[in-house]
Design a protein around this ligand. Structure first.
Ligand code: NDP
Length: 281
């Protein structure tokens, strides 16, 4: 095979897509491992999505990532390879398999790997967690925590009905709670996760008094712009362990890179530093 023909082209699709840091991650790995390939951003408007997916192979792509607002729509257009992702109804990683475009979601994996690498001694089994948010990011986080053995998850969302519906979808062990019930339940929460867009640049502030949390609790945020959210700053000030959203972003990229380019990449301090520099530019 010639060098040119072994060049594998991958992209992230979204609308807009200019904000995506995925090219930074994958092109870093391509260079590091000396793999011939490229990873670009492709802006795909919602009206063009079905045609883009339908003609995927003709565009010389071997796979892609999917970001907002297309994760759910793409899930309806391709075959999902695993039942857990099929239940989520949201995908972020696509690849060609024997001429067919197939998909999975690696967001839950990314969340869990990040948590495990940031706090390797934290036993998730039989923990009680609290998740704030019931949108696109909350779903894979719930699924991942369930699969890791978390026994009880309290789910709070501004729009209470959305939390109730989501909890019912997941079934036993997921308890929808009102936003006003958060303070009283923090005392028994081992893991608090912000999966809302609150705390994000332009997303509005997230005000929660963390003082009732146990001293060995972990506070995780899926938001990574800014890297240090107010929630994490408050948790650090209390001496609690913190897990940021950048780690989730880095870890969710691992399975896709391995599929497309045949090498399992590593999430290293150097890669993280590269992203931190970009995020704090
Ligand atoms: P969605 O739009 O799907 O959900 C947004 C969530 O935030 C909903 O629960 C919504 O509540 C809540 N929310 C929004 N505004 C407010 C407000 N003013 N007050 C209270 N709650 C509010 O977004 P996503 O779930 O896709 O994304 C959420 C965050 O997660 C973003 O910052 C995104 O960048 C980040 N993310 C990070 C990833 C990573 O790899 N680290 C991966 C995916 C997402 P309601 O239902 O009431 O509207």
């Amino acid at each position: 095979m010639s060098a040119a023909s072994s060049h594998r082209r991958v992209a992230v699709i979204g609308y807009p897509v200019a904000h995506s840091r995925s090219p930074l991650i994958h092109n870093y790995w391509l260079k590091l491992y000396g793999i011939p390939g490229s990873y670009d951003r492709i802006e795909v408007a919602p009206a063009e999505l079905a045609a883009f997916i339908g003609n995927f192979a003709d565009q010389g792509l071997v796979g892609c990532n999917v970001t907002v607002p297309h994760k759910e729509q793409v899930a309806r257009l391709v075959r999902i390879v695993d039942s857990e992702t099929a239940r989520l109804g949201s995908v972020n990683t696509l690849w060609m398999e024997q001429g067919e475009l197939v998909a999975t979601s690696t967001d839950g994996y990314g969340f869990l790997q990040n948590l495990r690498s940031a706090a390797p001694d934290f036993a998730l089994e039989r923990q009680t967690a609290m998740i704030l948010g019931a949108g696109g990011a909350a779903r894979p986080v719930i699924a991942a925590l369930r699969s890791a053995g978390v026994e009880h998850i309290h789910l709070a969302n501004r729009t209470a009905a959305r939390a109730t519906t989501l909890a019912a979808e997941f079934g036993e062990g997921i308890h929808p709670i009102g936003w006003d019930a958060i303070p009283a339940l923090l005392e028994t929460t081992g893991l608090l996760v912000n999966a809302t867009s609150l705390g994000m640049e332009g997303g509005g502030p997230l005000f929660i008094d963390l003082s009732p949390l146990p001293s060995d609790a972990i506070v995780a945020d899926v938001v990574y712009v800014p890297l240090e959210t107010e929630l994490l700053l408050q948790a650090r000030a209390r001496g609690l362990r913190c897990v940021d959203g950048l780690g989730m972003l880095l870890h969710q990229a691992v399975p896709g890179f391995e599929r497309w380019f045949g090498r399992r990449p590593e999430v290293t301090p150097e890669l993280r530093a590269l992203l931190v520099r970009d995020l704090t530019r």
